[in-house]
Design a protein around this ligand. Structure first.
Ligand code: BG6
Length: 491
């Protein structure tokens, strides 16, 4: 299979927060990889802007270090890196003041595509938007890209939306949820809407339940004090897991078009029922001491630097989508830090056939499960019943029909672009399909807020769980009491 790289038109991309962690790990290395693939056209320019006083040469050195650290050796070509660095510029800027804005204006070429990436703290979104406008830098064609968290509740998200709307039209605002840029997440839509096979079964009549798991092995050390104000519900569920749920549960849009897709996702979010306390399990990882007693890995409370913290590093929820398609099919969501393995997957478990014609089937029968693996080893797996090979009568056995994208797609599959690469190029192309619309974010908070308010008012404490485990014991019960069980967390 030959990769198709569709070049974009020349652009000026300004990255605010260009010396920050996200720019370092994702944005600059991602842009370099797109450059290496030949997607960034001649004449394009990337302008770093941040508070740090440095000149363009120093910024290029900074970007080189980021590439060295975060780009695989196979793509680190000396000549390509030099060529990429030559399209970088830098302006020191004072987001809250006047410094640097005229210099930035002199650099941005308004006749090209202009995009402004706000890779900064949300408190700066408003000031940046205002100054881009006041200094006459952003034209009516310019795009802004804003990172999560987009607010911490409905009220703050509304304020942010209103502030941005004072200076930019909704068609110019790209709210990033990097999960939407993951290749397999987009594949969810292809699997559902480019095949006839699953869609007739994709409803409560045939689907027993859905599990969405995003498990991480990392803790929150290093960003504990930020994380402690957020927790797994705000950090992961309100955005990433909710987006996954939307893509599974939504109706077919009439076209793969930004508003058609986002209208359907919004309907799902609005159909989410409130979640009762019995359908929520929260946890905090415990400290871990190695067997020899020497190594100590801090627990959540230590990482969060808050011994009284009630913030969750793990959450599991049973969620219902109250509409015709899904009435009666629960969606179980879970995500957590310091779990057994880093793995993200969606598993759709189908119901049993209405009648078995095989005598032994009652004992051996297992459900059909479609597993979509988001990471690692992106791929799909469909568990099916077949006859066990060989003599001995009609014995049934469950086997996986396994498709790894890396194997199925050869070189292209092994070289799946990072979510940020895809999303930044979509901004340049002016395609908002994989970005959240303002009303979508607000609806997500409107569902999330009462859940958080509920446990805060009750004074619930998260349950401790062992580092390296599958999460708190109570999470098992959340499914056991429904006669179901979680899939094992493993790579
Ligand atoms: C971020 C969260 O949005 O997503 C992090 O803030 C989390 O806490 C990360 O670790 C997970 O992203 P990925 O792409 O590694 O699954």
């Amino acid at each position: 299979m030959v990769s198709r790289v569709i070049p974009v038109d020349p652009f000026d991309l300004v990255v605010f927060g260009a010396t920050g962690d996200l720019a370092n790990r994702k944005i600059l290395p991602g842009l370099y990889r797109r450059f290496f693939s030949g997607q960034i056209p001649e004449g394009a320019r990337i302008i770093g802007a941040a508070r740090t006083e440095m000149d363009t040469a120093a910024f290029r050195a900074h970007a080189r270090a980021a590439i060295d650290e975060h780009v695989g050796a196979g793509k680190r070509d000396a000549a390509q890196i030099e060529a990429f660095l030559s399209i970088l510029e830098y302006v020191p800027i004072d987001a809250m003041g006047e410094g640097g804005w005229n210099e930035l204006k002199a650099l941005v070429r308004p006749h090209l595509i202009n995009a402004f990436y706000f890779s900064v703290a949300p408190a700066l979104f408003g000031p940046l938007a205002e100054r881009l406008h006041a200094f006459g830098i952003a034209t009516s064609q310019a795009r802004i890209v804003v990172e999560k968290p987009f607010g911490r509740d409905l009220a703050s998200a509304k304020v942010l939306n209103t502030t941005l709307a004072e200076h930019f039209d909704e068609t110019q605002i790209y709210r990033i949820d990097h999960y939407l840029g993951k290749e397999t997440v987009q594949n969810l839509m292809a699997v559902r809407f480019a095949n006839i096979l699953f869609e007739p079964l994709w409803n409560a009549q045939f689907v027993d339940h859905v599990q969405i798991t995003v498990a991480e092995t990392v803790g929150v050390g290093g960003r504990g004090s930020y994380y402690d104000k957020s927790g797994a519900m705000r950090d992961m569920v309100q955005n990433h897991l909710m987006q996954l749920l939307c893509l599974i549960a939504m109706e077919p849009p009439y076209h793969f078009d930004p508003d058609a897709v986002r209208d359907e996702k919004l309907k799902v979010i609005r159909a989410l029922q409130p979640v009762s306390a019995a359908d929520i399990v929260r946890g905090q990882y415990l400290a871990h001491r190695s067997d020899d007693g020497k190594g100590h890995q801090p627990g959540y409370l230590e990482d969060a630097e808050n011994p009284d913290s009630r913030t969750e590093s793990y959450i599991a929820l049973r969620v219902h989508v109250a509409n015709w398609r899904w009435k009666g099919t629960p969606f179980y969501l879970r995500t957590g830090k310091r779990l057994r393995a880093r793995t993200s997957e969606i598993a759709i478990t189908f119901k049993e056939p209405p009648h078995s014609i095989f005598d032994e089937a009652d004992e051996t029968w297992r459900e059909n499960v479609l597993v979509i693996r988001l990471q690692p080893n992106e791929g799909m797996n469909l568990k099916m019943m077949i006859k066990e090979p060989g003599p001995g009568g009609m014995r049934l056995v469950q086997v996986p029909l396994d498709m790894s994208f890396a194997e199925a797609l050869g070189e292209d599959g092994a070289d799946i672009p990072d979510a940020y690469e895809r999303l930044i190029m979509d901004v340049i192309r002016g395609n908002q399909t994989l970005f959240m619309r303002g009303d979508e974010v607000e609806a997500a908070w409107a569902w999330t807020d009462p859940i958080i308010e509920g446990w805060t008012a009750r004074g619930d404490r998260p349950q401790g769980y062992d580092a390296g485990s599958s999460g708190p014991e109570d999470a098992l019960m959340l499914m056991h009491r429904d006669g179901r069980r979680w899939r094992e967390i493993r790579e």
